[in-house]
Design a protein around this ligand. Sequence first.
Ligand code: COS
Length: 388
Amino acid sequence: MLTGVEEDVFAQLVTAVDRFAKERLIPAERQVEEENEIPPEIVAEMKDMGLFGLSTPQEFGGIGVSASQEAVLIETLCYASLSFRSLIGTNVGIGAQGIVMDGTPEQKDEWLHRIAAGDVITSFALTEPDNGSDAGGIRTSARRDGSDFVINGTKRYITNAVKAGVFTLFARTDPDKSGADGVTAFLVPADTPGITVARPDRKLGQRGAKTSDVIFDDVRIPESAILGGPDKLNQGFRTAMKVLDRGRIHVGAMSVGQGQRMLDIATDYALDRKQFGKPIGEHQLVQGLLADCQADLHAARALVRATADTFDREGKAILQASCTKYFCTEAVGRIADRALQVHGGAGYMAEYDIERLYRDVRVLRIYEGTSQIQQMIIGRRTLAERAA
Ligand code: COS
């Protein structure tokens, strides 16, 4: 049972994050878009607020929120551009949760304090040029050499790789096994010889959030780098899947935050813009667009909160997490499209925020498991549960 922080501390945090998003982050969004960089003073403020350590347990210097509390805080933060969230996202989520969930006491001591402080950025290195959705097919190899492993391969679209201090790297340790078995998770310090981080990718949206290829060329690491210790050899795929489950609730919460922002923008525009002699919001077809956004948003928020609650009570929520990621990210795609439509021609223009937000949310349906992968997980589990 994950209980998180006391109610009064949590309420203060929500107020602080809400104010930060509206008063500091939103006014900086255009600068981030233009410069493709988050200003250092904002990074420093995020550290001071403890945002990098939201989900790190308190014994390791974090705030230690539950999944339910994380969902509300991430929704609140994601009222502002998703690029800001991306900076803390790997430390709060997929980059660090493997250590929280499966790390040895020594690994937790070594990394979590610095991760919670934001002094070390973590990256989750799973995807490869030839293996995205088929995560079990990864080819990056970790060959045993005495008591060491030697890693070779390329990882792709790795968020925060340019800033990373440590990679949670997934590599094949048993070449005779295909699929999920034979994959091990390693904690690889980014300054280990043989690692090259390529130039950041050019992307459709979320400027300021960086992804890159990471090339591992004869990178030698000791056995103690196996996440969870030697007993976890060949168990890394299951760690990845557990981490992604909580991550998928987090992505649902991001979708709700952005959905609320876009609905608010579209509503303001509908109140202000006049056509046919009255505000466009008085035309029923425009009201229909807003109503559909509102209905999607309410459903998405309720689903995120219910799934986070299951996760906190039961320690997992595999089918529900996939339903949440699938529904919420598709919903925010619909909201983005309608909110832009409310703006008419103006929505297509870069001077209106909706143009950027529309591009930013597109990737939500892709990363941490595409909508089609979520459908596959949901379908398979539905059949298996009924057949059991
Ligand atoms: N939690 C714990 N264990 C899990 C799990 C979960 N959520 N999901 C699967 N596993 C376990 C299974 O129980 C199975 O273990 P056993 O062999 O002991 O039964 C093992 O992992 C393999 O599972 P499965 O057979 O379902 O693997 P597949 O290769 O068929 O498919 C999918 C797995 C497609 C679901 C997986 O590859 C996936 O999620 N792909 C998307 C990857 C992704 O999200 N990438 C984004 C990268 S981060 S931006």
